[in-house]
Design a protein around this ligand. Structure first.
Ligand code: KG4
Ligand code: ZN
Length: 335
């Protein structure tokens, strides 16, 4: 058996069309990402129909570019991997059908990958993973604490009961009149402000690892409304800093308790919100000695196919292949 398998991976679950070639689950041979952000900006969020249309237009070009950058031919590949869910169903289908077509034409095994498994395995492109580990997954659609006792095993120990953290950032940003996606704007403003406003922290039940961000979002909106009624102007930097402090305190607090209780060897950060400078700094400060902390570079935190190739490698080793009945599954479960 070849140990350094070469996998072509495809990701089209949301608004990036991406293809990558990954060797042995750890080496990025190529990784091409085409973002549709500009097309969705004027709508203030991702429009599913627009996303599907872009994926159809881009997918062949992006796969060809990834193969060209990798300087390999289809006959060099050992498998084709693709995000099968969760995500937008129309968007997922474009990637799934492209992967199926390549796998069928080249006689290659097909590997369906869970999008969140991909975000977690992005860390394996940075450093070898050591189990048991804990992953804090923070993105536009997900806020989860995932315990991995061993390779390929996922237990969600906590998740959001309402808004995902990225979604809360985007909604608060919208209220503040900032463009989509708002996360990076709030992050930038927060660095220039002070956390002078007292917003709630949703700790929920004392033994729960679940999160809730909709109350915080409403508190920010109410505060802005009250300022307006009093004819005062809220300092936008301070609102951003106060909101961000509330988010980070809860994320770091619950993560810390889980790290201690589960006695994990590594803590991984995953998902688009991992780009947040305040969160990165707070985690680095909190976990400087207690656990090995891995934070991927920004381009591996946002959606990309390299992470899908890394996750697929684990399935390739176990011969966990998909059939040609593989379908886009918007509600795919991680466990
Ligand atoms: O993982 P991702 O690229 O897409 C999903 O799978 O959801 O995450 C996108 C989310 C958006 O909500 C965006 O506002 C947020 O990540 N984000 C940030 C930052 N950069 C991106 N949130 C807070 N601070 C940032 N610097
Ligand atoms: Zn994602």
């Amino acid at each position: 058996m070849k140990t350094e398998e070469l996998i072509l991976a495809i990701e089209t679950s949301c608004d990036e069309t991406s293809a990558a070639v990954i060797r042995g689950g750890t080496d990025i041979v190529s990784n091409v990402v085409s973002s549709q952000m500009e097309s969705h900006k004027r709508f203030g969020g991702v429009v599913p129909e627009v996303a599907s249309r872009h994926h159809v237009e881009q997918i062949t070009l992006i796969v060809e570019q990834a193969m060209k950058d990798a300087k390999v031919s289809f006959s060099d590949l050992d498998a084709v991997a693709v995000t099968e869910g969760p995500g937008l169903v129309g968007a997922l289908l474009i990637g799934v059908n492209a992967a199926k077509a390549i796998a069928f034409a080249q006689g290659l095994p097909l590997i369906g990958v869970h999008h969140i498994a991909g975000h977690i395995y992005a860390n394996q492109l940075v450093q070898p993973l050591t189990y048991p580990l804990l992953a804090l997954v923070v993105s536009g659609g997900h806020t989860e604490l995932v315990h991995m006792e061993k390779e390929g095993s996922f237990t969600i120990i906590g998740q959001t009961r309402d808004d995902a953290v990225g979604e809360a950032y985007d909604k608060v940003a919208r209220t503040l009149g900032l463009p989509y996606p708002g996360g990076p704007h709030i992050d930038r403003l927060a660095a220039a402000g002070e956390a002078t406003i007292s917003f709630p922290r949703a700790w929920l039940e004392s033994d729960s690892y679940d999160f809730s961000f909709s109350g915080l979002k409403s508190a920010v909106i109410n505060t802005l409304h009250n300022y307006k009624q009093r004819g005062e102007e809220a300092k936008i930097e301070d609102v951003a800093a106060s909101f961000q402090q509330s988010v980070i305190e809860v994320l770091v607090g619950k993560t810390k308790r889980a790290v201690e209780e589960l006695e994990v060897k590594q803590l991984l950060l995953a998902g688009g919100v991992a780009a947040n400078k305040g969160l990165r700094a707070a985690l680095e400060e909190e976990f400087s000695t207690s656990v090995e902390l891995i934070i991927p570079p920004l381009e591996l935190c946002t959606d990309n196919a390299a992470m899908i190739g890394a996750a697929a490698s684990s399935k390739w080793k176990q011969r966990l292949f998909s059939g040609y009945d593989l379908n886009g599954n918007p509600g795919l479960s991680l466990m």
